[in-house]
Design a protein around this ligand. Structure first.
Ligand code: ASP
Length: 602
């Protein structure tokens, strides 16, 4: 028997017991003739005391960090107790030590605070995973998946696996493709999500489906994205949006309760997409803090007389002017406001400048554009921005989209500075009524904002049915970037992160064909790409809808981290590379030959 106990379970009440434990050497220290070893496994650390006689054994002398050993001995009370660890009251007086395996000196220290940089830790991820800090993330991930399964199983969801070698699913990213040996010249695509399959399962009558499933998207890896990631993917039949919102806020609340022991009372608040954009400049607002933006002027329309009348050229020329009030920041120094101006001028934010008003505690107002505005006029801006004495009002002016995004970024940045984004506080939010379409400037065409299987709001269906194609007049919608046709689509937002998104689906062939037409997919192409789904809709497809949660992100937030990589056992780096196994890599001539592929010279 390799062990009678693990390295985390022995306590003072076990004193006197003969035990055997196995694990990795965390540290090894010699005191005079005695050797102390901290032995580690998944469960914890236990101290071994090796007496003078045994310490003289050359095998003991040769032990090093990360050796795997087995020790037999008696549990005894420790003279020098360590209250930091659960086993800190005891040690094992070892009478026999077996070396199970030796270890090279690890390339970094296996400790919470390691000396290893990112690259080296990723190359030796199997060692990195021995570290508590990383190990606990994977254990949390396991708890989240277990809680998810318990809840959904309890609600009569059926877990069904769907294939990985499929035909492209349009979720808006590039597909990873796999060449077929048996069907030369043809390729599978790896699923960007199981979307069409889960809809087909509804047609099959499965009624409630889920799967914790890998999805693959060949995107340029912006910060903290992974080319393969995991979703909690769900679909239900005979439901309306309300049913879905209820069911899945239940899921998330349940996860919070089981994993974090946090009760989230009441209904998760809801906001429409339009209101989110209007109040936060963002469709995934962080609502842990109450700063909302004020719309002083939007796309040329002034909402404040004092701005309309004024001759300040920056405001006059701007399409949009937005402001926020930052609590207790009126006392910012020149240096601090200059820093903020530099911050908004960075290329990532891209603004030309920043105007500000100090609403001093003595009720006086002072601005960076005093030449043009008197105090009474400044007061109207302060009031519109809901500012209190003591606040600093920040104002951005420019093109609608950029300005809205910039003020949203500034809002988050300032809240971060003020310590208002506490990772231990959790604020959920549903964002509903997304636009059905969005204009793709790069390719000059309309695309589905969520995906093409999302149904329009019932009141907008007529518009879709009557127009052929519905969105032929692109210009019209360009005038209304917050488009007219609304989707039966919703996102769940947690602390400013989109953690899930879904929609009520189209389930009639005719409407689905209209949707494809609106997206510029002609009949033949629709038939060739999605004939299987259109066909299935003719065999009694029930009304259905669903949602998918980003499982890695959810775990990261629950673990209080910004980075999903820390919650994935074997993640890829920013170039999509697994540096441990060195993938992707070239394949040999024989494999290429079998696939009938040749590689062109670069
Ligand atoms: N398949 C969608 C996605 O991956 C989620 C859904 O509509 O259920 O975003």
């Amino acid at each position: 028997m390799f062990r009678t106990h693990n390295c985390g379970e022995l306590r003072i009440t076990d004193a006197g017991q003969e035990v055997t434990i196995s694990g990795w050497i965390q540290t090894i220290r010699k005191f005079g003739g005695i050797t102390f070893i901290d032995l580690r496994d998944r469960y914890g650390i236990t101290q071994l005391l090796i007496d003078e006689k045994l310490s003289e054994d050359p095998a003991i002398g040769g032990l090093g960090r990360e050796y795997v050993i087995q020790a037999k001995g008696t549990v005894q009370e420790r003279s020098n107790k360590n209250p930091q660890i659960a086993t800190g009251d005891i040690e094992i007086a070892a009478n026999k030590v077996n070396i199970l395996n030796s270890s090279l000196v690890p390339p970094f220290t296996i400790q919470d605070e390691t000396d290893g940089g990112d690259d080296i830790r990723m190359k030796y991820r199997f060692l990195d995973l021995r570290r508590n800090a990383v190990k606990k993330n994977l254990l949390l991930r396991h708890e989240v998946s277990s809680a998810t399964r318990r809840y959904l199983n309890g609600q009569h969801f059926v877990e069904v696996e769907t294939p990985f070698l499929i035909k492209s699913t349009p979720e808006g990213a590039r597909d990873f493709v796999v060449p077929s040996r048996m069907n030369q010249g043809e390729f599978y695509a790896l699923p960007q999500s199981p979307q069409t399959f889960k809809q087909l399962l509804m047609v099959s009558g499965f009624d409630r489906y889920y799967q914790i499933v890998k999805c693959f998207r060949d995107e340029d890896l912006r910060a903290d994205r992974q080319p393969e990631f995991t979703q909690i993917d769900c679909e239900m039949s005979f439901v309306e949006q309300e049913d879905i919102l209820q069911m899945f806020e239940g899921l998330i609340k349940n996860i919070f309760k089981e994993v974090k022991n946090i009760n989230i009372p009441g209904q998760v608040p809801r906001i429409t997409w339009e209101d989110a954009m209007w109040n936060y400049g963002n469709d995934k607002p962080d609502t842990r803090f109450e700063i909302k933006l004020a719309n002083l002027k939007v796309k040329g329309k002034c909402f404040l007389e004092s701005i309309k009348e004024n001759e300040f050229p920056v405001f006059q020329n701007a399409e949009t002017i937005l402001s926020i009030a930052i609590p207790d920041a009126a006392s910012y120094t020149r240096k601090q406001t200059d820093e903020l101006i530099d911050w908004v001028k960075r290329p990532q934010i891209g603004m030309g400048g920043l105007a500000f008003i100090k609403y001093n505690s003595d009720n006086t107002l002072k601005s960076s554009f005093d030449k043009f505005f008197n105090e009474a006029q400044l007061k109207t801006i302060a009031e519109k921005t809901n500012a209190q004495p003591g606040d600093l009002i920040l104002i951005l002016a420019g093109k609608e989209e950029r300005t809205r995004k910039a003020i949203s970024d500034l809002r988050l940045f300032m809240a971060g500075r003020l310590g208002l984004r506490n990772p231990e506080e959790f604020k959920l939010l549903w964002v509903t009524d997304f636009p059905l379409f969005e204009y793709d400037e790069e390719n000059n065409r309309w695309v589905a904002r969520h995906h093409p299987f999302t149904s329009p709001k019932p009141e907008d269906i007529e518009t879709m049915i009557q127009n052929d194609p519905a969105i032929k007049d692109a210009e019209k919608y360009l005038e209304h970037p917050y488009a007219d046709i609304k989707a039966n689509a919703y996102d769940m937002v947690l602390n400013g992160n989109e953690i899930g998104g879904g929609s009520i689906r189209i389930y009639q062939r005719e409407l689905q064909e209209k949707m494809f037409a609106a997206l510029g997919i002609n009949k033949e192409e629709a038939q060739q790409k999605f004939g299987f789904l259109l066909g299935a809709f003719e065999y009694g497809a029930p009304p259905h809808g669903g949602i998918a949660f980003g499982f890695d992100r959810l775990c990261a937030i629950l673990g209080g981290s910004e980075s999903i990589r820390d919650f994935i056992a074997f993640p890829k780096n920013n170039s999509g590379r697994d540096v441990m196994i060195n993938a992707p890599s070239v394949i040999d001539e024989q494999q290429l030959k079998e696939l009938n592929l040749t590689i062109k010279e670069k």
